[in-house]
Design a protein around this ligand. Structure first.
Ligand code: SF4
Length: 139
């Protein structure tokens, strides 16, 4: 594979990127996510952008004020979200796929999360899972 290195994404950020509306946890977070989502994924030819799936903090998390090393201050809830999205989108750790391929897998997820980036916590897991995410019972 040639070109720029893949963007590293944890599973639930695929959906966050679909619904991103330019809001975030801090100026640095929002600037970084805007550069990735608007500057690459939604730019002309953005569907060809290569993404690598990771189970830990990723390129969206990097400047987030809630990041604590490889973990998140909401780690338990984030882990639940990641599991649900990985199952719904059939994502495997270290898998690489294009943004266009990822969007093609988005059959059961809503197109955006109403609560995303509008409150203290970015999304409402139970609401989203109730809308159709396949939830793994345990690790
Ligand atoms: S809240 Fe947690 S999972 Fe979300 S971007 Fe920040 S560090 Fe990453």
């Amino acid at each position: 594979m040639s070109g720029p290195r893949p963007i590293r994404y944890r599973p639930h950020h695929f959906l966050c990127s679909l619904g991103f509306q330019g809001k975030g946890y801090s100026e640095g977070f929002t600037a970084n996510m805007t550069a990735i989502v608007m500057g690459r994924l939604r730019a002309t030819g953005g569907d060809a952008t290569v993404i690598e799936v990771t189970g830990a903090t990723d390129d969206i998390c990097a400047p987030c004020p809630k990041r604590r090393g490889q973990l998140c201050t909401n780690q338990d809830k984030i882990k639940t979200l990641d599991r649900a999205h990985a199952a719904a989108l059939r994502l495997e750790p270290h898998e690489t796929l294009t943004w266009g391929e990822a969007k093609g897998r988005d059959k059961t997820c809503p197109q955006y999360c109403d609560a995303c980036f509008s409150g203290e916590y970015p999304v409402a897991p139970s609401d989203q899972i109730a809308k159709g995410f396949a939830m793994e019972a345990a690790e």
